[in-house]
Design a binder for this molecule. Structure first.
Ligand SMILES: *[C@@H]1O[C@H](CO)[C@@H](O)[C@H](O)[C@H]1NC(C)=O
Ligand SMILES: *[C@@H]1O[C@H](CO)[C@@H](O)[C@H](O)[C@H]1NC(C)=O
Ligand SMILES: *[C@@H]1O[C@H](CO)[C@@H](O)[C@H](O)[C@H]1NC(C)=O
Ligand SMILES: *[C@@H]1O[C@H](CO)[C@@H](O)[C@H](O)[C@H]1NC(C)=O
Ligand SMILES: *[C@@H]1O[C@H](CO)[C@@H](O)[C@H](O)[C@H]1NC(C)=O
Length: 360
């Protein structure tokens, strides 16, 4: 059932590529590979024993492919990035392992994070380490046979874009969740960020050593504003600013780490996706971004959004006016906001935007 469906999705995305390509000279990059958590999972968790799943309506109610396991009403931020690059949506690796896809794959997995234990109380997910290993298997081991020479494969890999959105769960499900994890007893906020960022940089460096050159790494979001957290704490504004401060340590260190990697690893470019301040601005100043509701989720949830959308209930009719789809994830229109600005604007994706990254 699932594999028939993913074949269908592949066909849909191929069709979309053709439309994009017919108006230009082809995709801007040969492939987009996706790593991350539920913000960018496109169906890997459907194949895993976990409670962290979104393969039921109203998830997908505004997506061209319907219900897929995406944790939102429409596209993820990296789906939009794929569209802007002229590529099909990278299919979830776990439901496409037999296909020889060379335009990119999605390894992201809901509930997982940078720390291997993060999210393990809701089931099995692909940790960052798992995702990197699967990339090495699917791409570094299996794809070269499809190329005429190793030079050709190296050039393909160097031009491909690897996009990351990971680490939110190391805070939301781990550090801020003392029922299951003792990290907040063990680490002060800054040492915790200092634990996470090198764990991420080691994985990035390993991918660089395998031949990848172009990376886009998104910041952690303003997690204090997500309904599941904002409603829990006592505060005046729309957000729990203490939680926002926690992730700001990570984001600052991430920027410096990416700059260091670009300057020390020859031929590399590590782009920072400054999603945090843009998302925060949209939440605090809804009207500037054409939004009307940036606190409540669009779908119906219980426990202030701690649990996912209640299956099959009709969501709000105007999801495009809402920032949040459920208690954790943003709507399709926010995916468009973040990805299109990253594509276009060096204040959002820096030191180069994606349009420039593809020409390096
Ligand atoms: C999203 O889906 C809902 C329910 O199917 C529909 O009422 C709404 O018009 C759709 N919104 C957009 C922007 O497509
Ligand atoms: C391999 O070479 C053939 C013949 O020159 C060419 O048509 C094909 O596109 C090449 N394959 C790749 C993956 O570039
Ligand atoms: C935290 O838990 C780990 C095992 O999960 C244990 O080894 C460690 O001692 C604990 N640390 C503290 C400070 O409780
Ligand atoms: C980046 O490099 C600078 C200068 O060597 C160093 O002070 C800083 O700690 C590094 N940052 C990270 C996150 O590695
Ligand atoms: C790029 O920027 C221009 C103006 O800033 C905007 O009108 C256009 O829609 C943007 N393109 C994309 C793909 O975001």
């Amino acid at each position: 059932m699932v594999s028939v469906f993913s074949v269908f999705l592949l066909l849909v995305s191929r069709l979309q590529t053709r439309v994009v390509c017919s108006s230009s000279s082809g995709p801007l990059a040969p492939a987009l590979y996706i790593f991350g958590d539920s913000l960018v999972d496109s169906g890997n968790n459907n194949q895993l024993p976990t409670l962290a799943r979104a393969n039921f309506l109203p998830y997908g109610s505004n997506f061209s492919g319907g219900v897929t396991g995406r944790f939102t009403n429409g596209r993820t931020v990296f789906d939009v990035l794929a569209e802007l690059l002229g590529l099909p949506y990278p299919p979830p690796y776990l439901s496409s392992r037999t296909s020889r896809v060379i335009t990119g794959l999605n390894f992201a997995s809901g509930a997982c994070g940078i720390i291997p234990e993060t999210g393990n109380f809701v089931g099995i997910c692909l940790t960052l380490d798992d995702q990197v290993r699967l990339f090495e298997r699917a791409v570094l081991n299996d794809l070269p046979t499809l190329f005429n020479s190793s030079d050709e494969f190296s050039s393909y890999l160097a031009k491909s874009i690897l996009a990351f959105s990971i680490g939110n769960n190391d805070y939301i499900l781990n550090y801020l969740n003392p029922t299951f994890y003792n990290t907040s007893e063990t680490y002060e906020p800054q040492p915790f960020a200092k634990l996470l960022v090198p764990m991420l940089s080691q994985r990035l460096e390993r991918l660089y050593n395998g031949g990848a050159r172009k990376f886009v790494v998104f910041e952690l979001g303003p997690i204090g504003c997500i309904p599941a957290i904002a409603k829990k704490s006592k505060h005046d504004g729309p957000c729990d600013e203490e939680s926002n401060l926690l992730v700001s340590y990570f984001n600052q260190m991430l920027q410096s780490m990416l700059e260091n990697m670009t300057s020390s690893l020859a031929g590399s470019m590590f782009v920072l996706g400054r999603a945090n301040s843009l998302a925060y601005d949209a939440i605090i100043n809804p009207s500037i971004h054409g939004l009307t509701e940036t606190r409540k989720p669009c779908c119906t949830t219980v426990l202030d959004g701690i649990l996912p959308c209640i299956p099959l209930l009709t969501p709000c009719p105007n999801a495009d006016k809402y920032f949040f789809w459920d208690g954790y994830h943003f709507t399709d229109v926010i995916s468009w906001l973040l990805a299109s600005r990253c594509f276009n604007d060096t204040k959002v994706c820096s030191p180069v935007n994606i349009q420039d990254l593809v020409h390096i």
